[in-house]
Design a protein around this ligand. Structure first.
Ligand SMILES: NC(=O)C1=CN([C@@H]2O[C@H](COP(=O)(O)OP(=O)(O)OC[C@H]3O[C@@H](n4cnc5c(N)ncnc54)[C@H](O)[C@@H]3O)[C@@H](O)[C@H]2O)C=CC1
Ligand SMILES: CC(=O)C(=O)O
Ligand SMILES: [Mg+2]
Length: 595
């Protein structure tokens, strides 16, 4: 790139920035600037025919069925009409658009059958999505009033299916797309978004969507679903939320070959190139909206940890999978202690086997170990003692210090070979061996492997030394759950404590005895974390704040509920603002003390 052209790009960014400043600071100037924009005519061509005169700009064009060409707007048109970033990066011909539409239409019945428990899940999503596009107020009212029925549609599990099929389902764009091809342009593009105020951004790079792997640009669906819950549970103004997709390519070979894929059809950027794209995005959004909160969602583990460390002391951001999941898991783990009739302070005595050492699993072990250490007095020996309560198993079995090429994030949780030798275990021991030998109080899955807690593993857990063993099958969506509640309760009986990441029905034993299926999902924390940060005005989001939010969620459950095995609030209580408000308030107080 020559100096001259990068200077040109820089000055175009600066001009946009200045234009915005002028609009924001002077209403008279703003009115005349708007008038100038209105007078300046642009032309958009409809293939082969005469030019069309468009007075509108930006998102107004996309919402106007007369002018909207969707993904068929060329890059020149996108630049001229302030559309850059408002559409997925791939430019399609109108014929390709029709093909995409027809493939989707024909696939409807097959896709609907993929729905985990509700055969009409995808059809419901389409109807809700159309309402979302037409009338946001009504959409959120419908969602809030029917949250039990529709949270599983706009969120896990159906949102997973939606992301898998997003290129077909895509109709009207929602949110912003920053692609590797927008390098140098992001500071300018960010002003294409129509809202002057944005409180919450949820951003993904699509590299690990739920437990479904790399879905590339189609991952935008999860950011929309998460923000729906911000509006429903935390009352965030829907005009002030922004779903974002950073498209740096995909390593999903199926998508790379799919002619109808909407994202960049090239392998993912990596290393410094990747970081520079995310850096540019962060700089751009915090320049336009200095008080925005950015939630990182479903980034593959290496980038989840790396970007969290890179930004957490500079920007108002957090990683939901690492930090939100950890808080929800701690609340559930404390609930499981209480369900045994013990005080929470007994938590450091729990033996916990964790299957999965990715962003979520390591996030949980890290935070749970800190919680235990704090309860034990926060000394070095307290930390040592807390460390000895966890056994982490990944795709290669039990992680010990003997592991070659150990992932740096997992290293602090690797067990000493000699120590596990005394326990009858070794490097790479299988999950079933670990459960048999350790007889844990808790078996927690964040592996994305459906059915990992096989009959053999569940049988092994019968040897648990706990009066009420607990299973957290937290992987999403439904088919990735490590086991179902039926499988777990049928082997372990009604005293089992059970939680899953996606919703399942309770299990009925007869005689009115119920095996409760709790939903252990970070959705119980992230809206409160966002709201608390917004209200406190905190500059960053600290571990202490997240810890306070987790403890608040744990304390929210009453003793009689916990003794019945109900360790998380039901989804119907979710939207009663008292939950999110109490998480946020606790957090707010903590935030104010902290700063
Ligand atoms: N319930 C909730 O709130 C949340 C659930 N999740 C779910 O957790 C899952 C994992 O997410 P990440 O940690 O980000 O993924 P990841 O891909 O970074 O990590 C997966 C981990 O599982 C391990 N694994 C794979 N096969 C295994 C096996 N056979 N036995 C034991 N471990 C195995 C891998 O080695 C890796 O360490 C996903 O399904 C995601 O949906 C993630 C965040 C929140
Ligand atoms: C719930 C969530 O954040 C996940 O499964 O990735
Ligand atoms: Mg996630």
């Amino acid at each position: 790139m020559s100096n001259f052209s990068s200077q040109l790009r820089l000055s175009s960014s600066l001009l946009k920035h200045l234009k915005h400043q002028i609009n924001a600071t002077s209403s008279t100037t703003s009115a005349s600037a708007a008038a100038m924009m209105f007078e300046r005519r642009s032309f958009t061509t409809t293939e082969g025919s005469r030019p069309t005169i468009v007075h509108k700009r930006s998102i107004d064009i996309l919402h106007d069925p007369w002018f909207n060409k969707g993904t068929a707007f060329s890059m020149t048109e996108r630049d001229r009409l302030d559309l850059r970033g408002l559409l997925p990066p791939t430019v399609m011909s109108s014929q390709q658009q029709i093909e995409r539409f027809m493939v989707d239409l024909k696939r409807l019945e097959v896709q609907a059958r993929d729905g985990p428990s509700d055969p009409n899940a995808l059809a419901k999503w389409r109807i809700l999505n159309r309402l979302h596009d037409r009338n946001e107020t009504m959409y959120y009212k419908v969602l809030i009033e029917n949250i039990e029925e529709y949270a599983p549609i706009v969120y896990t599990p159906t949102v997973g299916l939606v992301c898998q099929n997003y290129s077909g389902l895509f109709r009207r764009p929602r949110g912003m797309y920053f692609s590797a091809e927008d390098r140098g342009e992001m500071m300018s593009m960010v002003y294409n978004w129509p809202a002057d105020q944005v409180d919450m951004i949820v951003v993904t790079d699509g590299s690990r969507i739920l437990g479904l792997g790399d879905l590339g640009v189609q991952g935008i669906g999860i950011t929309i679903g998460k923000l729906d819950l911000y509006v429903a549970a935390a009352g965030i103004n829907p005009q002030r939320v922004l779903p974002v997709m950073i498209d740096v390519g995909t390593n999903n070979e199926r998508l790379l070959k799919d002619p109808l894929y909407l994202g960049l059809q090239e392998h993912r950027l990596d290393g410094e190139e990747y970081i520079s794209v995310v850096d540019e995005f962060m700089e751009a959004v915090f320049t336009r909206w200095p008080h925005v909160i950015v939630q990182f969602e479903d980034f593959q583990s290496k980038w989840a940890f790396n970007l969290l460390q890179r930004y957490r002391n500079t920007y108002r951001m957090f990683n939901d999978d690492v930090q939100g999941t950890a808080g929800v898991a701690i609340a559930g783990l404390l609930g499981a202690v209480r369900a045994q009739g013990k005080p929470m302070i007994d938590f450091p005595k729990q033996k916990i086997v964790v299957a999965g050492a990715g962003s979520a699993g390591i996030g949980v072990v890290n935070a749970a170990r800190k919680t235990m250490a704090r309860m034990l007095g926060n000394t070095e020996s307290a930390f040592e003692s807390a460390s000895s309560q966890f056994w982490v198993v990944d795709a290669n079995g039990l992680i010990t210090e003997e592991r070659t090429n150990i992932d740096p994030q997992a290293l602090p949780f690797a067990r000493k070979a000699k120590e596990v030798g005394h326990q009858g275990l070794r490097e790479g021991a299988s999950l079933v061996e670990v459960v048999q030998q350790i007889k844990p109080d808790v078996l927690l899955g964040l592996s994305a492997v459906g059915g990992l807690f096989s009959k053999e593993v569940l049988e092994a857990l019968k040897g648990s030394t706990s009066t009420r063993p607990a299973i957290f099958a937290m992987s999403n969506p439904t088919k990735n759950a490590e086991c179902t509640p039926e499988e777990a309760f049928s082997v372990l009986g009604d005293q089992l404590i059970f939680a899953s990441g996606s919703p399942f029905n309770d299990v009925k034993f007869g005689d009115g005895v119920i095996g409760h299926c709790n939903q252990g999902n970070n959705m119980y924390l992230f809206p409160g974390i966002g709201l608390g940060t917004l209200l406190s005005g905190s500059r960053i989001i600290s571990d202490g704040m997240l810890q306070a939010a987790a403890e608040c969620l744990a304390a929210y459950m009453k003793d009689d509920e916990v003794l019945k095995g109900i360790i998380y609030p039901s989804i119907s209580r979710y939207i009663r603002l008292d939950l999110t408000e109490s998480v946020a308030t606790f957090y707010l107080v903590f935030g104010l003390i902290y700063y």
